[in-house]
Design a protein around this ligand. Sequence first.
Ligand code: PLP
Length: 454
Amino acid sequence: QLSNSLAHTDVSKTLHPYTDARAHERQGPLIIDRGKGIYVYDDAGKEYIEGLAGLWSVAVGFDEPRLVAVASAQMAKLPYYHTFSHKAQEPSIRLAEKIVGMTPAPLSRVFFTSSGSEANDTMIKMVWYMNNALGRPKKKKFLARNRAYHGVTVASGSLTGLPNNHTDFDLPIIPVTHLTCPHFYRFAHTGETETEFAARLVAEAEAVILQEGPETVAAFIGEPLMAAGGVMPPPAGYWQGIAALCRKYDILLVADEVICGFGRLGAAFGCEHYDFTPDIMIVSKQLTSSYMPLAAVIFSQKVYDAIADNTAKIGTFGHGFTASGHPVATAVALENLEIIEERDLVGNAARMGRILQTRLGELSEHPLVGEVRGAGLIAGIELVSDKKTRRPFGAAGKLGAMAFVAAQNHGLIVRAIGDTIALCPPLIINEDQVHELVARLSDALDDAAQWRSA
Ligand code: PLP
């Protein structure tokens, strides 16, 4: 029964991303009406802790007046201009300078897009363009990982390593090999230590590079901590091993920081947290706290020079979007990054993250909880039916779906990724709110355990 005409219009006029459309027609939408801090409210006035910060992205909370003020001032002054053919506007120039100043790696250039998917597509084309310009047209292949998430456009969706993103859409269409997902709990062999597991995955990557031919492998892409595939931190030593391989075989290392970037793990960037140096970084989401759509490819001077030298020969880098560097989006991003710095939200993510991870660790004793994992303010709680065998309850995803519904009943929005409950609250969360979030989750797990036994 759909409660109101807005819900009825939604189910009769739209197709929702990542949604079972027929189920949606029956149950209707949860219409979110307004936000305040870490909370959102539905159209009936019910309060929810936004335990996923929207889509892993609203760092500063859901009612930041400074972002509203900056957006409206920029709208009034220059609502739109582009960056094609030598044109520029102040917000995108200032933001590029700000971003380059923040990156821990020696990266010096920025290309703006509107979404993480477009940024990854841009990155692929830049890498290919660069290798063509350098006279090595065979060096085009990518290495990615199973369960990775890099977007949904036909090229970025090819890098994504989730099965339904491929088979349902005839992907991949670019040359890419997906390596073993670096999740210790699920993919380590019996008796293997974390370091041995990491070494095995690095050896697997090297074997693939040698089999394909290093002269054909252009880049390795990975999220520092895999998020949308199930919140899976890498095993110790993994990134150091992968970075060394990339250097050895002249392969570009791309850190997809779309979720990790700007403080999520309690460090400014995920590559800083795991101590490795990429050649290219992809950022989005917390860049604007998702108040405006914006993403960026951040890259080294070496990549830039190869591209720039070639444009001098052929006249142009034939790629770009109407909204590349959009002035309202870049002005909002600049203000958002100022707020993150002024309020030390990266430090807050580290401090609140420690409390969150400790409190979630206590849930390990819960009969449904197989593993609690995470870093900073991102966590995954994997639910199992039997802690020893780590088996799901019936069909995979059933326990996750039950906990998701129970959490919503208790006023907590989470993401269920199969049987893993993902948490990624806004970076402004305080200590009382962390305890409140864990209390609501704990109640939800108790409900799910009761439903399972019923
Ligand atoms: N890369 C990562 C790591 C992501 O998590 C996402 C989205 O969740 C993307 C890329 C794609 O970003 P968008 O949804 O803005 O296209």
